[in-house]
Design a protein around this ligand. Structure first.
Ligand SMILES: [Zn+2]
Length: 228
Protein backbone atom coordinates (compact mmCIF):
# COMPACT_ATOMS: atom_id res chain seq x y z
CA UNK A 1 0.00 0.00 0.00
CA UNK A 2 2.79 2.40 0.92
CA UNK A 3 3.94 2.75 -2.69
CA UNK A 4 0.54 4.16 -3.66
CA UNK A 5 0.90 7.07 -1.25
CA UNK A 6 4.63 7.79 -1.11
CA UNK A 7 7.26 8.01 -3.85
CA UNK A 8 9.85 5.19 -3.85
CA UNK A 9 13.07 5.87 -1.91
CA UNK A 10 15.23 5.15 -4.97
CA UNK A 11 13.42 7.82 -7.01
CA UNK A 12 13.91 10.36 -4.23
CA UNK A 13 17.57 9.39 -3.95
CA UNK A 14 18.21 9.66 -7.71
CA UNK A 15 16.45 12.99 -8.14
CA UNK A 16 17.04 14.52 -4.71
CA UNK A 17 19.47 17.14 -5.97
CA UNK A 18 17.04 18.44 -8.58
CA UNK A 19 13.63 17.93 -7.05
CA UNK A 20 12.34 18.81 -3.59
CA UNK A 21 10.51 15.86 -1.97
CA UNK A 22 10.42 17.05 1.63
CA UNK A 23 11.56 19.90 3.84
CA UNK A 24 14.55 19.06 6.03
CA UNK A 25 13.37 20.10 9.47
CA UNK A 26 13.09 18.53 12.91
CA UNK A 27 10.25 20.81 13.84
CA UNK A 28 6.67 19.57 13.89
CA UNK A 29 5.70 21.25 10.66
CA UNK A 30 3.62 19.89 7.82
CA UNK A 31 3.48 21.52 4.41
CA UNK A 32 0.04 21.11 2.83
CA UNK A 33 -0.15 21.70 -0.90
CA UNK A 34 -3.18 21.94 -3.19
CA UNK A 35 -2.91 21.43 -6.94
CA UNK A 36 -5.04 22.16 -10.02
CA UNK A 37 -7.13 25.06 -8.67
CA UNK A 38 -8.29 27.59 -8.02
CA UNK A 39 -11.78 26.12 -8.47
CA UNK A 40 -14.90 28.12 -7.62
CA UNK A 41 -16.91 26.35 -4.92
CA UNK A 42 -13.98 24.17 -3.83
CA UNK A 43 -11.07 26.49 -3.10
CA UNK A 44 -13.24 28.61 -0.77
CA UNK A 45 -14.07 25.52 1.30
CA UNK A 46 -10.42 24.51 1.51
CA UNK A 47 -9.58 28.03 2.67
CA UNK A 48 -12.25 27.81 5.35
CA UNK A 49 -10.86 24.52 6.69
CA UNK A 50 -7.33 25.92 6.70
CA UNK A 51 -8.55 28.95 8.62
CA UNK A 52 -10.18 26.76 11.28
CA UNK A 53 -6.73 25.36 12.04
CA UNK A 54 -4.88 28.67 11.59
CA UNK A 55 -2.93 26.92 8.89
CA UNK A 56 -0.86 28.24 6.02
CA UNK A 57 -0.55 26.19 2.85
CA UNK A 58 0.73 26.37 -0.71
CA UNK A 59 -1.52 26.35 -3.78
CA UNK A 60 0.05 25.15 -7.03
CA UNK A 61 -2.42 26.79 -9.36
CA UNK A 62 -2.95 26.32 -13.07
CA UNK A 63 -2.35 29.46 -15.12
CA UNK A 64 -5.66 29.22 -16.95
CA UNK A 65 -7.62 28.77 -13.72
CA UNK A 66 -5.80 31.71 -12.14
CA UNK A 67 -6.65 33.88 -15.16
CA UNK A 68 -10.33 32.91 -14.90
CA UNK A 69 -10.58 33.34 -11.12
CA UNK A 70 -8.57 36.37 -10.00
CA UNK A 71 -10.85 36.80 -6.96
CA UNK A 72 -9.88 33.35 -5.67
CA UNK A 73 -6.21 34.12 -6.14
CA UNK A 74 -6.66 37.28 -4.10
CA UNK A 75 -8.53 35.29 -1.49
CA UNK A 76 -5.71 32.71 -1.22
CA UNK A 77 -3.08 35.41 -0.85
CA UNK A 78 -5.10 37.50 1.61
CA UNK A 79 -5.28 34.44 3.90
CA UNK A 80 -1.48 34.32 3.98
CA UNK A 81 -1.02 31.25 1.78
CA UNK A 82 1.66 30.89 -0.87
CA UNK A 83 1.09 30.38 -4.57
CA UNK A 84 3.24 28.29 -6.87
CA UNK A 85 2.96 27.47 -10.55
CA UNK A 86 1.50 24.24 -11.92
CA UNK A 87 1.96 25.40 -15.53
CA UNK A 88 -0.69 26.86 -17.80
CA UNK A 89 -2.93 23.85 -18.42
CA UNK A 90 -1.53 20.63 -16.98
CA UNK A 91 0.81 19.27 -19.63
CA UNK A 92 2.38 15.85 -19.16
CA UNK A 93 6.12 16.52 -19.31
CA UNK A 94 6.95 12.99 -20.45
CA UNK A 95 4.79 13.45 -23.56
CA UNK A 96 5.67 17.05 -24.35
CA UNK A 97 8.65 18.41 -26.31
CA UNK A 98 10.97 20.68 -24.34
CA UNK A 99 10.09 23.93 -26.13
CA UNK A 100 6.34 23.41 -25.81
CA UNK A 101 6.73 22.48 -22.15
CA UNK A 102 8.76 25.58 -21.30
CA UNK A 103 6.42 27.87 -23.25
CA UNK A 104 3.48 26.41 -21.33
CA UNK A 105 5.21 26.88 -17.98
CA UNK A 106 6.33 30.39 -18.88
CA UNK A 107 2.84 31.55 -19.82
CA UNK A 108 1.92 31.35 -16.13
CA UNK A 109 0.18 34.70 -15.57
CA UNK A 110 1.01 35.56 -11.95
CA UNK A 111 4.11 37.10 -10.42
CA UNK A 112 5.41 34.64 -7.81
CA UNK A 113 6.81 35.85 -4.52
CA UNK A 114 8.83 32.65 -4.48
CA UNK A 115 9.38 30.78 -7.77
CA UNK A 116 7.97 27.37 -6.86
CA UNK A 117 6.91 24.96 -9.58
CA UNK A 118 5.16 21.62 -9.39
CA UNK A 119 5.15 19.58 -12.60
CA UNK A 120 1.67 18.30 -13.56
CA UNK A 121 1.35 14.56 -12.80
CA UNK A 122 4.81 14.88 -11.20
CA UNK A 123 6.15 14.08 -14.68
CA UNK A 124 9.12 16.09 -15.81
CA UNK A 125 12.12 15.06 -17.89
CA UNK A 126 15.69 15.82 -16.73
CA UNK A 127 16.04 18.41 -19.55
CA UNK A 128 12.79 20.14 -18.57
CA UNK A 129 13.79 20.12 -14.89
CA UNK A 130 17.19 21.57 -15.72
CA UNK A 131 15.68 24.38 -17.79
CA UNK A 132 13.14 25.22 -15.08
CA UNK A 133 15.94 25.32 -12.49
CA UNK A 134 17.93 27.58 -14.79
CA UNK A 135 14.95 29.92 -14.83
CA UNK A 136 15.15 30.13 -11.03
CA UNK A 137 12.36 27.72 -10.08
CA UNK A 138 12.46 25.29 -7.19
CA UNK A 139 10.73 22.13 -8.37
CA UNK A 140 8.51 20.84 -5.60
CA UNK A 141 7.30 17.22 -5.59
CA UNK A 142 5.68 15.64 -2.50
CA UNK A 143 6.33 13.27 0.41
CA UNK A 144 2.79 11.94 0.70
CA UNK A 145 0.08 11.73 -1.95
CA UNK A 146 -3.49 11.82 -0.65
CA UNK A 147 -4.96 10.14 -3.78
CA UNK A 148 -7.98 12.39 -3.25
CA UNK A 149 -8.61 12.31 -7.03
CA UNK A 150 -9.55 8.59 -6.90
CA UNK A 151 -13.32 8.35 -7.34
CA UNK A 152 -13.55 5.11 -5.34
CA UNK A 153 -11.03 5.98 -2.68
CA UNK A 154 -11.42 4.18 0.64
CA UNK A 155 -11.10 7.31 2.76
CA UNK A 156 -10.43 5.50 6.00
CA UNK A 157 -7.55 3.55 4.46
CA UNK A 158 -6.21 6.69 2.78
CA UNK A 159 -6.36 8.55 6.09
CA UNK A 160 -4.45 5.75 7.86
CA UNK A 161 -1.80 5.63 5.14
CA UNK A 162 -1.32 9.39 5.16
CA UNK A 163 -0.90 9.58 8.93
CA UNK A 164 1.52 6.65 8.99
CA UNK A 165 3.73 8.23 6.28
CA UNK A 166 3.68 11.86 7.45
CA UNK A 167 6.76 13.12 9.33
CA UNK A 168 8.31 16.45 10.34
CA UNK A 169 8.73 18.42 7.11
CA UNK A 170 6.46 16.24 4.97
CA UNK A 171 4.92 17.84 1.91
CA UNK A 172 1.35 16.55 1.51
CA UNK A 173 -0.41 16.69 -1.83
CA UNK A 174 -4.15 17.39 -2.18
CA UNK A 175 -6.21 18.88 -5.01
CA UNK A 176 -8.69 21.76 -4.87
CA UNK A 177 -10.31 20.51 -8.06
CA UNK A 178 -13.89 19.38 -8.77
CA UNK A 179 -12.73 15.81 -9.27
CA UNK A 180 -11.03 15.58 -5.87
CA UNK A 181 -13.34 17.87 -3.90
CA UNK A 182 -15.41 15.28 -2.02
CA UNK A 183 -12.39 13.26 -0.86
CA UNK A 184 -10.22 16.29 -0.17
CA UNK A 185 -12.87 18.12 1.85
CA UNK A 186 -13.65 14.96 3.85
CA UNK A 187 -10.08 13.87 4.64
CA UNK A 188 -8.50 17.27 5.20
CA UNK A 189 -10.23 18.37 8.45
CA UNK A 190 -9.84 14.90 9.98
CA UNK A 191 -6.16 14.87 9.13
CA UNK A 192 -5.52 18.40 10.35
CA UNK A 193 -7.36 17.62 13.60
CA UNK A 194 -5.19 14.54 14.10
CA UNK A 195 -1.89 16.35 13.59
CA UNK A 196 -2.94 19.53 15.44
CA UNK A 197 -3.65 17.37 18.50
CA UNK A 198 -0.10 16.01 18.21
CA UNK A 199 1.34 19.54 18.24
CA UNK A 200 2.00 19.96 14.52
CA UNK A 201 1.55 23.25 12.70
CA UNK A 202 0.81 23.72 9.01
CA UNK A 203 2.97 26.13 7.07
CA UNK A 204 3.35 27.39 3.56
CA UNK A 205 6.45 26.49 1.58
CA UNK A 206 7.38 30.16 1.46
CA UNK A 207 8.14 29.78 5.18
CA UNK A 208 10.01 26.48 4.81
CA UNK A 209 13.35 26.63 6.64
CA UNK A 210 15.18 25.28 3.59
CA UNK A 211 13.87 28.05 1.40
CA UNK A 212 14.51 30.75 3.97
CA UNK A 213 18.14 29.73 4.42
CA UNK A 214 19.32 31.08 1.10
CA UNK A 215 22.31 29.45 -0.52
CA UNK A 216 21.91 26.27 1.51
CA UNK A 217 21.89 23.06 -0.48
CA UNK A 218 21.78 19.44 0.54
CA UNK A 219 20.76 16.09 -0.89
CA UNK A 220 17.09 16.57 -0.22
CA UNK A 221 16.46 19.87 -1.77
CA UNK A 222 17.49 22.26 -4.50
CA UNK A 223 17.58 25.86 -3.42
CA UNK A 224 17.78 28.32 -6.30
CA UNK A 225 20.33 31.11 -6.21
CA UNK A 226 18.96 34.29 -4.65
CA UNK A 227 17.27 36.50 -7.20
CA UNK A 228 18.39 40.10 -7.34
ZN1 LIG B 1 -2.10 18.60 -11.22
Amino acid sequence: MRYLYAPPHCLKFLTGKTLCWQIPTREKKIFLTFDDGPTPGVTEQVLEILQQFQARATFFVLGKNARENPGLIENILSHGHAIGSHGWDHLNGWKTPLKTYLANAESFPLPLEMPLYRPPYGRITPAQAWQMKKRGYTIVMWSVLSRDYEPRLNRQKAFQQIISLTRDGSILLFHDSLKAASNCLAILPELMGHFSAKGFSFESLSLAPAFLASGQQNNDIFVPPKRS
